[in-house]
Design a protein around this ligand. Structure first.
Ligand SMILES: C[S@@+](CC[C@H](N)C(=O)[O-])C[C@H]1O[C@@H](n2cnc3c(N)ncnc32)[C@H](O)[C@@H]1O
Length: 253
């Protein structure tokens, strides 16, 4: 298994697609850990631009609860994947929607908005370019959360809003990890950098972003949709947070 390392796996959520249907189940297996970029290049063909498992549906519901008014505003879907939030921004009448990701394969599925291939840690935009930045399930891919927040704050206009979600650091700390099965039915684990909620709050404050709202989605509470063997999952993990959603605002000039 040359460069690939074995990731711990067991009792996690993963999504698979069979005949276009997304399912989530628990499993006990080992999946090679590949680089984040390679992972998303491989995942792209089976990564639909909609919330495609119970965790994502709960996450998206929370994002919608905290959704800013974007009508007539310039907006960025940061680490857009196949464009789930870019589409919602366009549907919310943002005046301009830019979708950015470092995976060409992911971007190739994004339609109807401006697409930019770049690192979210080195944004190719001038300071103050956007009123709103939305980022779904990507903060944990930043090795340095301070740099991630600072780069976002730089390209936000004064008074601009950041809305983001991520796999909850406490779920990662408990041994859960992100995995997927590619179109050839091979399973992989995706690297995750674990930034505690406190670290995320500190990084936001250091970047000049004031946190307005935080939602932590807990198993058996906000995350409660049934899936195969979910009874055992919810019994074991009841009350444990699996998703973090944060809205923050850059101080006005
Ligand atoms: C879990 S997917 C989320 C996709 C989309 N935001 C959503 O919520 O459906 C994470 C995305 O982050 C992108 N990503 C990870 N690290 C990145 C980086 N350093 N710069 C840009 N994109 C990155 C991946 O290519 C992938 O599309």
């Amino acid at each position: 298994m040359s460069e690939a390392r074995l990731a711990r796996a067991g009792g996690d959520l993963r999504h698979e697609r069979a005949d276009g249907v997304a399912v989530v189940k628990q499993f006990v297996t080992a999946a090679p850990l590949i680089s984040t970029h390679d992972a998303y290049e491989r995942w792209a063909p089976t990564y639909p631009p909609v919330a495609h498992n119970p965790l994502m549906r709960a996450e998206q519901d929370a994002m919608i609860r905290l959704w800013p008014d974007v009508a007539g505003l310039r907006s960025l879907d940061l680490a857009c994947g196949t464009g789930r939030y870019a589409k919602l921004l366009a549907d919310s009448n943002a005046s301009q929607v830019v979708a950015l990701d470092f995976s060409a394969a992911m971007l190739s599925h994004v339609g109807m908005v401006h697409r930019v291939r770049a690192s979210m840690l080195e944004l190719p935009f001038a300071a103050g370019s956007f009123h709103v930045i939305v980022s779904g399930l990507a903060a944990g891919h930043a090795p340095d959360i301070h740099r991630w927040m600072a780069e976002i704050a730089r390209v936000l206009k004064p008074g601009g809003v950041l809305l983001y979600s991520d796999f909850h650091p406490e779920a990662a700390r408990a041994g859960h990890s992100r995995k997927f099965t590619d179109e050839h039915q091979r399973s992989y684990a995706v690297p995750h950098h674990n930034h505690s909620v406190v670290a995320q709050r500190q990084a936001a404050a250091a970047a000049g972003l004031n946190i307005e709202a935080v939602e932590e989605l807990r198993a058996g509470h906000e995350l409660c949709e049934a899936f195969p063997q979910s009874e055992a999952f919810y019994r074991r993990w009841s009350g444990w947070p699996f998703v973090l959603v944060v809205r923050a605002r850059k101080a006005s000039a």
